[in-house]
Design a binder for this molecule. Structure first.
Ligand SMILES: *[C@@H]1O[C@H](CO)[C@@H](O)[C@H](O)[C@H]1NC(C)=O
Ligand SMILES: *[C@@H]1O[C@H](CO)[C@@H](O)[C@H](O)[C@H]1NC(C)=O
Ligand SMILES: *[C@@H]1O[C@H](CO)[C@@H](O)[C@H](O)[C@H]1NC(C)=O
Length: 340
């Protein structure tokens, strides 16, 4: 994943099996059974070695844990599961692996007061070993998501219709029907590379981060179809990543001109991304206002300035496009310098 900037690994999903030697897991963990390895620890080390940011996913509730089930039966008046499982494990994860990001999940059955989320987060941000760097999402108790949190995930695969006012991230799975690996997956249910890139560009144009999930097999192998999608995404980002990484939303997010265009911005540069090669010349953009210093290039040909002319004295430009370069995803990006 040379193209990713952070990795979020599932330390424990709703079934409760921990992928690290949790001392409160009653031996139901990846060190005592299964691979006999500390998967969170090994992956953390590998991620750090590549200077990526480490995220840890953690499900608060567990489907079968007797203490959770008895707390639930009490209407969440008791907190045995929180005291003896959920909080000790969260604190253990933070102290042992020092994650840059905690991706909390499985919160929705009980209020944040049951989970003691504010107490945990106060410790995390004020006193924990990662207090100065850590970020978290918004799943810390029933009714919490999309309202409170470091950044917002809202629901799985949440896609806002317009620019949100709070930092957000879309979590999306390459297998459109499952977050975990399943043997009965069909090709038609797997996102295509162009649809992944379109989704990512939309999210980034709207100021979000894109968290793309794949489920490894039980032996840790990654299905070749997932590998192919990730390599394709990497190939596209190798050419166009400048428009994605560390970009900000522009004053306009999208427009329909010759083709539908999505805008991102960085410093004084504006990027215009479109899907499908424009069917006619010139390519017209409506929103950017040009100046005497305006320069237009296609990311595939960074050193070849394209011919352009203003559409009207106040806004818009027409661009003479070069011959179509091949794109792994049928998606291209124009770099516009000296426009506002
Ligand atoms: C949750 O927080 C309350 C208030 O600070 C505290 O009394 C209680 O012991 C905490 N429960 C757990 C399980 O940590
Ligand atoms: C562009 O066109 C698409 C489909 O024709 C439409 O869904 C979208 O709302 C339009 N976008 C704008 C900014 O007008
Ligand atoms: C954007 O500006 C910052 C600060 O001036 C600079 O460090 C960075 O290299 C610039 N990025 C690009 C892509 O020009």
């Amino acid at each position: 994943c040379a193209f990713s900037r952070y990795v979020v690994f599932t330390s424990k999903h709703h079934e409760g099996f921990t992928n690290w030697p949790s001392p409160v897991s009653w031996n139901w963990n990846s060190m005592d059974v299964g691979p006999h390895r500390d998967l969170v620890g090994e992956l953390s080390a590998a991620i750090r070695k590549r200077s990526l940011r480490l995220g840890i996913y953690h499900s608060l509730f567990e489907w079968f844990h007797p203490l959770f089930l008895s707390d639930e039966a009490s209407g969440f008046k008791t907190q045995e599961f929180v005291a003896r499982k959920a909080l000790p494990e969260l604190v253990d994860l933070v102290k042992s692996y020092k994650p840059d990001l905690i991706w909390s999940d499985g919160d929705w059955k009980a209020p944040d007061t049951y989970w003691n989320s504010t107490q945990f987060l106060a410790w995390l941000y004020n006193d924990s070993p990662v207090k100065d760097v850590v970020v978290t999402n918004d799943r810390w108790g029933k009714g919490c998501y999309c309202k409170h949190g470091g950044y917002y995930n809202c629901a799985d695969r949440y896609t806002p219709g317009k620019l949100p006012t709070h930092k957000w991230e879309k979590c999306q799975a390459v297998d459109s029907l499952s977050w975990g690996y399943r043997r009965n997956m069909k090709l038609s249910q797997v996102m295509t590379l162009p649809s992944i890139i379109k989704d990512m560009v939309y999210v980034v144009a709207l100021g979000g981060n894109y968290l793309l999930n794949i489920g490894p097999m039980s032996d840790g192998m990654i299905a070749p179809v997932f590998e192919e999608r990730l390599r394709g995404l990497g190939a596209w980002l190798k050419i166009n990543g400048e428009a994605i990484y560390a970009s900000k939303p522009w004053r306009v997010q999208t427009e329909n001109s010759t083709v539908t265009v999505w805008y991102t911005a960085k410093n004084n540069t504006v990027y215009a991304i479109f899907f499908g090669w424009p069917p006619k010349q010139p390519l017209q953009l409506t929103t950017p206002r040009t100046s005497g210093t305006t320069q237009v290039t296609l990311m595939d040909y960074p050193n070849v300035p394209l011919k352009w002319a203003p559409t009207t004295p106040t806004s818009g430009l027409m661009i003479l496009m070069p011959p179509m370069p091949e794109s792994p995803a049928n998606a291209w990006c124009l770099k516009l310098e000296g426009v506002v």
